[in-house]
Design a protein around this ligand. Structure first.
Ligand code: KG4
Ligand code: ZN
Length: 337
């Protein structure tokens, strides 16, 4: 059994996980978020997030251990996400994990947060199956948008991604100019679902027809900002229609580029991962296209899409990259591969 800790952004998570038939079973998964505090600033304020995490980390770990019904003797290792993320937040998770590993005399497993998002697809749920390799992974979060090729559990290759903004960042920034709260993704989704009218024009789908796996979302964001500033006052139906078109444009680019990768690499499965993987529209569109292409699509359950410690545990079980506990340091700019 592994105790996993996640504190890369505004969430503080702890989970107890165990290996199970090629995948991972979750015994507990606790999360405390400071998102509500950030609503009034329209985004995460790093210092505020870190101060909250200092307060919540120990209670969250304790809660995860109690819910799983395990004692520290039964824990075989401590896992922690050491990057990418906010330095203050990372320090709290990493130093807490180091302290526990030393006090309890357990090995420490340092986990890449983005790789953990991908490994959420190995969490055992209703579908008692794990992804076959090679696999193409679309990793979409607030800070990253990458397409990767998983040749095996260990061998990953970066094959494409965004040149500028991440997809989640685009949604969060657009939400802000649209007067919607943080985090923007779920708010834009909600507004889009309520849309009845049509804008009468289309937003750009940057680089969609280019025959490569490059993406760009800053132009799409700028187009939304331009619309909003030109209009001055947006009516409700206009805001909803704009949200729908934005989500549509972003989804089309993500799906098109993933399918290009599928065409090129002929994988046995496709993996969706990261906070934006919680988007119903993206899940639906990618689901349709993968079915047409005859390739298995894996998507984590909603609760394992946005930041959580269960996925950190999953990565620790399946890709245990051992490090000397005292030498683990936060790496704010770590890449997925
Ligand atoms: O992975 P994550 O929780 O944190 C990072 O590692 O960045 O991803 C957060 C991102 C945010 O940009 C948020 O707006 C987006 O995921 N997100 C969504 C949805 N839920 C969260 N985007 C679209 N639809 C959602 N339902
Ligand atoms: Zn994340």
């Amino acid at each position: 059994m592994i105790l996993a800790i996640e504190s890369t952004c505004d969430e503080t998570g702890a989970a107890v996980v165990a290996a199970k038939k090629g995948g991972v079973e979750i015994l507990s998964n606790e999360v405390a978020s400071s998102a509500e505090i950030h609503v009034k600033y329209g985004g995460v304020v790093p210092e505020v997030a870190a101060r909250e995490q200092i307060r919540t980390i120990i209670p969250v770990v304790k809660e995860a251990m109690e819910k799983a019904g395990v004692s520290k003797e039964e824990i075989e290792a401590i896992a922690v996400a050491y990057g990418p993320g906010l330095i203050g937040s990372l320090l709290i998770g990493v130093e807490s994990a180091k302290a526990l590993a030393l006090a309890w005399d357990k090995p420490l497993i340092a986990v890449n947060h983005m790789a953990a998002h991908v490994m959420a697809n190995w969490i055992k749920g209703e579908r008692n199956e794990v992804p076959a390799r090679p696999a193409v992974g679309l990793v979409v979060s607030g800070g990253h948008t990458d397409i990767i090729l998983l040749k095996s559990l260990e061998k990953w290759e970066w094959i494409g991604g965004t040149r500028d903004d991440a997809a989640g960042e685009c949604l969060d920034k657009c939400a802000r100019v649209l007067g919607l709260p943080y985090p923007g993704g779920p708010e834009i989704e909600k507004a889009a679902e309520g849309a009845s009218g049509d804008l009468g024009y289309r937003l750009p789908r940057p680089l969609i027809h280019e025959d490569n796996l490059e993406m760009s979302f800053s132009g799409l964001k700028e187009a939304v900002v331009r619309e909003v500033t030109q209009k001055k006052e947006l009516e409700d139906w206009e805001r909803q229609a704009l949200c729908k078109e934005l989500l549509e444009a972003l989804t089309e680019v993500l799906v098109e580029k993933t399918m290009m990768a599928v065409d090129k690499w002929q994988p046995k499965s496709v993996l969706l991962a990261g906070g934006v993987a919680a988007s119903k529209r993206l899940r639906e569109r990618l689901g349709q296209r993968c079915e047409e292409a005859g390739v298995r699509l894996f998507m984590p359950e909603f609760r394992y899409c946005t930041d959580n410690a269960a996925m950190v545990g999953a990565a620790a079980v399946l890709r245990p990259i051992k490090k000397n506990a005292l030498e683990v340091r936060p790496e704010p700019s770590l890449e997925v591969v």
